[in-house]
Write a protein that binds this ligand. Structure first.
Ligand code: KG4
Ligand code: ZN
Length: 331
């Protein structure tokens, strides 16, 4: 079974073909980073217009790369939400039209479910059940995963998502958009012990997160330190270490609570190498394993959408009715 996947929920146009016997046959992403950089963040209207320009050429390119024609497809998956409505509508319109023209099932995929399942595309995939930490620009969630489509939310952020905290903190440090990877870079030259940031909500029970306080803490330090470049690197280091510790502490708690011994970490922030090192150390001490997507599949991409669509079809799903996309959608 072969499924075309289309991702347009935010500022990346992603397209891929997943094949049940051959695996991921082709995938490509067009990032809009340059388009939004001047504005310091994603401008929804510009995002939608760029998806319109990019999506069909990308579909043609990915089909050519996969060595298949559209006639060889068994279904089309697209991101139905959560995300920017105008951007989602582009992928939904194209995906549903392609499916309709060939009488194929069209599957509206949950973007965060797709992030969650992305590590299953790797060579040594985790067995079910596992605990998943999803850390993206819009969401931070801990999820107990019993199987495909069997998710229980264990905890989530009560304010900013982890990626959002990275982006806002980076902005305060004068870094260009998108801030997460830039902040990681700056923190490499930072002193670990100069600034001690709080580890929010780790001193009380539960698996929820709160990251907005770290941003305020950063703002105060930036104001006090003027434009000393070393202080900026030290602040970046202190912030990143605090996020890494906070996430690792909650993951350890979730692993102990669930008794599964397997942790999946996915979403854009899972590309961060300091965070990965912290998760690896925590898991080793707990006798648990950690599974990440390859770097190209941490941030938004079509492969995770094609794969999730494939799993849905293979599980007997006959497709999604109606043309509705949704900005908010619980997992
Ligand atoms: O999953 P994603 O591509 O899009 C959403 O679904 O939101 O995640 C994007 C987020 C952004 O906030 C970005 O700054 C963050 O992931 N990110 C990183 C890194 N790479 C991407 N944050 C920290 N370190 C990184 N290396
Ligand atoms: Zn995402």
């Amino acid at each position: 079974m072969r499924v075309l996947g289309i991702e347009t929920s935010c500022d990346e146009t992603g397209v891929a073909v997943y094949d049940g016997s051959a695996g991921l046959r082709a995938h490509a992403v067009h990032s809009q980073v340059d388009l939004h950089a001047t504005y310091g963040g994603v401008v929804p209207e510009l995002a939608s217009r760029d998806h319109v320009r990019r999506v069909l050429p990308l579909v043609e390119q990915v089909l050519a790369d996969s060595g298949l024609t559209a006639d060889a497809l068994d279904g089309v998956a697209y991101t139905r939400g959560p995300g920017l409505v105008g951007a989602l509508l582009v992928g939904a319109a194209v995906g549903r039209s392609l499916a309709w023209a060939r009488q194929l099932p069209a599957i509206g995929v949950h973007h965060m479910e797709a992030h969650l399942l992305a590590p299953l595309l790797e060579d040594d995939p985790p067995a079910f059940p596992f605990v998943a930490l999803l850390v993206s620009g819009g969401h931070t969630m801990l999820v107990q995963v019993a199987g495909v489509g069997r998710y229980r939310l264990l905890g989530e952020s009560l304010d900013d998502a982890a990626g959002e905290a990275f982006d806002k903190t980076a902005k305060l440090l004068g870094l260009p958009y998108p801030g997460g990877p830039q902040l990681e870079q700056l923190a490499r030259g930072g002193e670990p012990d100069r600034y001690r940031f709080p580890r929010p909500m780790t001193d009380r029970p539960g698996l929820d997160f709160s990251f907005s306080g770290l941003k305020t803490f950063t703002r105060n330090l930036v104001m006090a330190s003027g434009d000393d470049p070393q202080a900026r690197a030290d602040i970046a280091r202190g912030f990143q270490d605090a996020v890494a510790d906070t996430l690792a502490i909650k993951c350890r708690r979730a692993l102990r609570q669930s008794g599964t011994g397997r942790l999946v970490v996915a979403g854009g922030v899972s590309a961060n190498q300091t965070l990965r090192a912290r998760f690896d150390a925590m898991a080793a001490a707990e006798g648990a394993t950690v599974h990440y997507p390859r770097l190209a599949l941490c941030t938004d991409n079509g492969a995770m959408i094609a794969y999730t669509g494939y799993l849905r079809l293979a599980g007997g799903d006959r497709g999604t009715n109606g043309f509705n996309v949704t900005a908010r959608w619980p997992l």
